[in-house]
Design a protein around this ligand. Structure first.
Ligand code: 5GP
Ligand code: MN
Length: 346
């Protein structure tokens, strides 16, 4: 078992201090937030290949299933789904020397894995770009809200290490995916010169980026397009006095259009395409809970709104939340919440 760092403060040790620990022969588990997106899966698999290239025994565990459009990623077929492979996942966590937690700020984002992760005795490392990280749970780590994506942070972790030569095309493909998806294909303000330099490096290595765009964005069934058409036509309400658009998806639509994990990703972004809209909110009636997605333009802080009112969080311009209350109760609450923020929205 790896020894924990000797310090008594609450803060994490710099992630660079893990370089000697990952040099070889460790049992390492990598995990990410539930319903992983391109960034969570890309960062986990990019790191997976890097740590394997160094001679470690590495496993990737997702707390839940993931979108079909991520399955092409190198290594994805070996990712464990905790909800299906609970026993094997638990065994891997028990014998792990190190645990890397990627693209989440709070352990409850790992759903049913939360208790096991909190109780795990191994060395814990965080690499993440969300606001208010729960640093007290980690021995080492880096949390930087100015980074476009966790994939960009894994890129930094690799190229700043003594093992930068281990970066290969599989890693580049995984990391490109998360950088592309989290930056909205390089359009969000968070996209920096460093982001583009990372991508330039991937291109110099020979990465064919347009193939990745196709695999992620042009790989759906007809049903999904018809579902989106119906949602735009029948499930959208605009509150011009608050510069807010709300879309509510009932269970019925999910069943009728056979909507799968990942099919609703990006839907919330349509709301911000209406001129003048500052806040877009999408509410989906999922089987186990009501799930919120929030997006904003400019100064309106959806992370704060989600934390204060919708049991969630995320980033200033993109956040999520959840609720056990009914759809109608959620909509009523949302209408009160936008009144509360009237001064900032109007
Ligand atoms: P999305 O709307 O795409 O699901 O999520 C937007 C952002 O908010 C992502 O960075 C995601 O990780 C974060 N997020 C989504 N749902 C939650 C939640 O329930 N809690 C917290 N803390 N963050 C969330
Ligand atoms: Mn991310």
């Amino acid at each position: 078992m790896l020894l924990k760092p000797q310090f008594c403060g609450l803060s994490m040790q710099p992630v660079s201090h893990t370089y000697p620990l990952v040099a070889s022969n460790r049992n390492i588990v990598i995990t990410m937030h539930q319903k992983p997106d391109g960034d969570a899966m890309g960062a986990s698999l990019g790191l997976f290949h890097f740590l394997k290239n160094l001679g470690n025994d590495v496993s990737v565990i997702s707390p839940t299933n993931w979108a079909k459009f991520l399955s092409w990623m190198p290594g994805c077929k070996d990712v464990l789904d905790f909800e299906i492979q609970q026993q094997k996942s638990t065994e891997l966590l028990e014998k792990a020397d190190m645990l890397f937690c990627l693209d989440f700020n709070s352990m409850h984002r790992t759903k049913k894995m939360e208790t096991i992760l909190l109780g795990a005795k191994c060395v814990k490392v965080l690499i993440d770009h969300h606001e208010q990280p729960a640093e007290e749970h980690f021995d080492y780590g880096v949390s930087n809200i100015r980074k476009s994506s966790t994939c960009e942070m894994v890129y930094d972790y690799i190229v700043e290490s003594p093992y930068a030569d281990k970066l290969d095309l599989d890693i580049a493909a995984c990391l490109y995916t998360g950088i592309m998806t989290d930056t909205g294909s390089f359009r969000f303000a968070i996209t920096s010169a460093q982001t583009h330099k990372a991508v330039a490096h991937f291109k110099e290595m020979g990465l064919e980026h347009s193939i990745i765009h196709e695999k992620i964005y042009d790989n759906f069934l007809e049903n999904r397009l018809r579902f989106i058409g119906n949602a735009l036509l029948n499930r959208l309400e605009v509150f011009y006095e608050y510069n807010t658009a709300l879309m509510v998806i009932p269970k019925w639509d999910i069943t009728k259009y056979e909507i799968q994990t990942g099919d609703t990703e990006g839907l919330v972004n349509y709301l911000l395409t209406i001129e003048g809209i500052k806040l877009g909110a999408l509410l989906i009636d999922r089987v186990e809970e009501r799930k919120w997605s929030f997006r904003s333009k400019g100064d309106f802080d959806v992370n704060e709104m989600a934390r204060n009112f919708f049991e969630g969080g995320g980033h200033k311009n993109a956040a999520g939340g959840r609720s056990n209350a009914t759809i109608d109760e959620n909509v009523t609450k949302f209408k009160e919440v936008i009144k509360y923020y009237e001064n900032q929205l109007s």
